[in-house]
Ligand binder design. Structure first.
Ligand code: ZN
Length: 508
C-alpha cells in the first residue's frame, strides 16, 4: 500500500471548524468607537475598549440583532437568555487582559447547516471539464455547536519594526460572532465546502463583509484522525493562521498526513496549537493547547445576564432574507436549472442577482446560466474584475442571448461578439449590424456556396463518394469558412448532405 492509500483506507479524519465573523456594525461591541478598517492606529479607542479601570461596557443592540439573525439562519436553538463571561489571558493585544465572551449561555445554541458537496466537480470545472450535474451535487448536514458573541482583540504589528512590536487597538472591542461547528467534517474538501456555504449565508444576511484579507472572516481548524471504525476521537490539534479557504483546505490535508504518519511510526499526536505557513505549505508548533480551565472563565460582573423577548427574535426571523438554499431550489424550479448550476450561481449573491436580472430581460434561462458561468466569468477573470464591475450589464448580455435564441447569430459568432461588447461597451445588436454578422439562413444563398465548395474540392467529393463520410465534415467546414462562420450550421449541413447524396446517385 502506498502512503496515500494507508491514509485514506485505514484512517478517518475528524474536523471541526471555528469561524470568527466580524459583524457589520458601525460601532464596537461595548462602546461607541467606530469599527472602520484602515484608520490611523489607535484613533478609534476610548476608556472602555482600552480597558481603563472604572469604565463600563454597554452592549451594542445592533450586534446582538445581527448575531441572532445568523443564529436563525444556522437553525440554532435560541433560548433568549444570555450571559457574558470574562475569558482571561495575557497577551499584549488584549488591553484588559481578559476578553468579554460567552461561555455557558451563548446567544445561539445548537444548530446545523446543509452544505453542497461539490469539491470534486469544482476541480473538474477548473480543468474546464464539468461533470454531469446529477453526479456531483449532494447535500450533507454539518452540526453547529454554538455561535456566541465576543469582542475582538487589537492587532500586533511586527513587520518592519526593529526593536519590539507595536500594537493597534482600533480592532479591540469589535464585535465578532464565533461559529463553532460540530466535529462532523470528514475531509479537507468538505471543510472547504462548509466554509463556502457558511460564507454564502453570511453574505445573504448582509451581517458581515466576509473579507478574509481584512480579517473580517477568520477560521481555525481542529483536526484529528482515528482508525476507520473506531468511535473514540483521536487527539486533535488546532491550526491557526489560515488566511483563505484554500489555505484551510491545504493545511487540513497537510495535518491529516502528518498525524497519520506519526501514528504509523508509533508516535503519539499531542494536543497543541499549530500555525499554518502558506509559503512552506506546512504547520508548525505554536504552543501546547489551552484547556477551557486555563482561561478561568467567570461571569462578567459589569454586564448582568438578561433575557430577550420572543417577539424580538420572531420579528427577526420573519424578516430574514431569502437564503442560498432556498434560492438554489427556486432557481432549479422556476428556471429549470440543474442543482449544480443553480448552486454555482447562488453561491455568490451578486452572481445570482446578475443571472436574475438577465432572465428578467427575457434571456433564455439555461443559455444565461451557461454564458454567465463560462464565457462571461472567463472574461471577468482575465480582466481581474468582479461581476459587479462587468462592463457587460445583465441587460446587454440578455440582448446577445436573445440574438442566439432567435437565430440571428450562431452561438459560435456570439462567442466573438461578447469580447467586443466587453471591450467597447457596445450592444450586441450594434456590433452584429456593424460587422454584418447576421446568420445566413437564406437557403438559396447557401446552396450557391455549397456548389462552389463542391466544385473547388473534387478530392473530398471523391472521398465522400467512395464512402469516407468524414469528408462531409470537411466540406461543411469549407462552407462555414466561405461565409465567415455566418451560415446557419444546421442548414449548411443539410444542404451539403443532400447535394453530395445526389452526386453519389448520379455517379452510380
Ligand atoms: Zn471604545
Amino acid at each position: 500500500m502506498t502512503n496515500d492509500e494507508v491514509r485514506t483506507t485505514k484512517y478517518e479524519p475528524v474536523i471541526g471548524l471555528e469561524v470568527h465573523c466580524q459583524l457589520l456594525t458601525k460601532t464596537k461591541l461595548f462602546c461607541g468607537c467606530e469599527t472602520k478598517f484602515g484608520a490611523e492606529p489607535n484613533s478609534h479607542t476610548c476608556p472602555v475598549c482600552l480597558g481603563w479601570p472604572g469604565s463600563l461596557p454597554v452592549l451594542n443592540e445592533e450586534a446582538l440583532r445581527l448575531g441572532i439573525k445568523i443564529g436563525l439562519a444556522l437553525n440554532c436553538e435560541i433560548s433568549g437568555r444570555l450571559k457574558f463571561d470574562r475569558k482571561n489571558y495575557f497577551y499584549p493585544d488584549l488591553p484588559k487582559a481578559y476578553q468579554i465572551s460567552q461561555y455557558d449561555m451563548p446567544v445561539n445554541g445548537k444548530g446545523w447547516i446543509e452544505i453542497e458537496q461539490r469539491a470534486e466537480s469544482r476541480e473538474q470545472r477548473e480543468n474546464q471539464n464539468p461533470m454531469p450535474s446529477a453526479l456531483c451535487s449532494m447535500a450533507k448536514r454539518v452540526g453547529i455547536t454554538r455561535a456566541h458573541l465576543e469582542e475582538d482583540a487589537g492587532k500586533l504589528l511586527h513587520e518592519g519594526i526593529k526593536d519590539g512590536s507595536l500594537v493597534d487597538y482600533n480592532r479591540a472591542g469589535t464585535p465578532l460572532l464565533e461559529i463553532v461547528s460540530e466535529p462532523d467534517i470528514r475531509s479537507a474538501e468538505e471543510a472547504y465546502d462548509y466554509l463556502t456555504s457558511l460564507k454564502a449565508i453570511l453574505e445573504y444576511l448582509e451581517v458581515s463583509d466576509c473579507n478574509m484579507e481584512e480579517g473580517s472572516l477568520r477560521c481555525d481548524a481542529n483536526v484529528s484522525v482515528r482508525p476507520v471504525g473506531q468511535e473514540k476521537f483521536g487527539t486533535r490539534t488546532e491550526i491557526k493562521n489560515l488566511n483563505s479557504f484554500k489555505a484551510v483546505q491545504k493545511a487540513i490535508e497537510y495535518e491529516i498526513k502528518r498525524q497519520v504518519e506519526m501514528i504509523e511510526a508509533g508516535e503519539k499526536v499531542s494536543q497543541e496549537t499549530r500555525l499554518w505557513n502558506d509559503d512552506t505549505g506546512k504547520t508548525a508548533l505554536m504552543r501546547s493547547k489551552e484547556q477551557a480551565h486555563d482561561y478561568r472563565y467567570f461571569p462578567e460582573p459589569d454586564l448582568v445576564p438578561f433575557s430577550i423577548a420572543q417577539e424580538f427574535i420572531e420579528g427577526l426571523r420573519k424578516n430574514l432574507p431569502e437564503l442560498p438554499q432556498a434560492r438554489t431550489n427556486r432557481f432549479t424550479k422556476d428556471f429549470g436549472l440543474s442543482p449544480y448550476d443553480a448552486a454555482v450561481l447562488v453561491q455568490e449573491k451578486k452572481l445570482g442577482d446578475y443571472f436574475e436580472a438577465c432572465v428578467k430581460e427575457k434571456a433564455n434561462s439555461k443559455l444565461a446560466s451557461n454564458w454567465i458561468q463560462s464565457e462571461l466569468l472567463a472574461l471577468l477573470n482575465t480582466a481581474k474584475k468582479t461581476i459587479e464591475e462587468s462592463p457587460v450589464t445583465p441587460q446587454a448580455l440578455a440582448g446577445l442571448l436573445r440574438l442566439i435564441d432567435n437565430n440571428t447569430i450562431s452561438g459560435k459568432i456570439a462567442k466573438d461578439v461578447l469580447p467586443l461588447m466587453f471591450e467597447t461597451g457596445k450592444s450586441a445588436d450594434a456590433i452584429v449590424k456593424e460587422k454584418g454578422l447576421e446568420q445566413v439562413t437564406d437557403t438559396k444563398l447557401i446552396e450557391e456556396i455549397a456548389d462552389k465548395v463542391i466544385a473547388a474540392n473534387p478530392k473530398s467529393v471523391a472521398d465522400f463518394k467512395s464512402g469516407k463520410t468524414t469528408a462531409l465534415g470537411f466540406l461543411v467546414g469549407q462552407l462555414m469558412k466561405e461565409t465567415k462562420g455566418k451560415a446557419n450550421p444546421k442548414l449548411a449541413n443539410e444542404i451539403l448532405s443532400k447535394k453530395l447524396a445526389s452526386l453519389k446517385k448520379i455517379s452510380k
